[in-house]
Design a binder for this molecule. Sequence first.
Ligand code: ZN
Length: 359
Amino acid sequence: MINQDRLINTFFELVKMDSPTGGEHHVAEYLTTKLRALGFQTRMDALLNLTAFLPGKGAPILLSAHMDSVPPCHGIQPRIVDGVIQSDGTTILGGDDRVGVAAILEALTVIHENHLPHPPVEIAFTAQEEPGLIGSTALDCSQFKAQWGVVFDYGDPVGKIILSAPGTWNMDITITGRAAHAGGEPEKGINAIAVAVEAISQFQVGRLDAETTANVGMIQGGVARNVVPETCTVTAETRSLRQTKLERQKKTMVRAFERAAKKHRAKLDIQLKHAYPLFRLPARAPIVQHVSAALERIGRAPLLGVAGGGSDANVFNARGIACVVVSMGVENVHTTKEFVPVSELVKTAELALEVTRSV
Ligand SMILES: [Zn+2]
């Protein structure tokens, strides 16, 4: 029932519209027109999050994908080479996440033109997902009645169901010591870089266990070789699939900086931001069963998995809507080598159709 040519055409139209984070209006307006033609009532908020509603019979379902892309994403020129959709190599493709958007739209079009029975359908096409779920975090989720949903936003071949994704603490640390001549009177200085290094040496980075990671991503400080550096800034994060571990690791990292700063009488400023909450659904959760059955109907074996990063599903789950994330066959995301096979684009639309229509 999926119309492959129409689907490819929609996907091409979508990626040809520039949609950087914060500049999603072309895509949002295009989708508003399309959804209204399919009978949806639509709403757009100040951040350009687009929500849409179609009445139906049964338990409402939320379908979601994000509209923004990471750079370089201006002037995307999609093309098909040997059954694979790619960019011209100067930009990303935008398959993350407009494969999800196009697949949902195609599924809704098929339901509309064939008068297929369906539950109430609720759509969240979010803005500003890429820099850290900004759109979904600001979204008024009280407009949704759905208690379950599917977020189309994962890379592997169609078949994967993400049940769990980590929560994250972001840390921006500024150490202020005292500048001094490095050769003449170093004892008058407080070396902010040395304080940072001492702190960082007190905790583990990388994979801490199967569920928890930590990273120091950036460190900046100093002005010249012969000056004791007055300031040093450190950008760090920790992620975990378990709340207790996440909090424990955050505390360990914060304490290490506090101790080192105190010892050397440096000033310390730590900005902590809970980037997004973690989520964990059990394999027996109704939405997992629902999506697994849909995958089996389209001939794909469901594969349950865990994500290493957040998506809008983290936000929806935190707001009480049990959402899984599904894979769409997009590879090399966030690079100019991003691609999606036509067959996976079609499978993603088939999946969107099967999770949405009543069976
Ligand atoms: Zn994405």
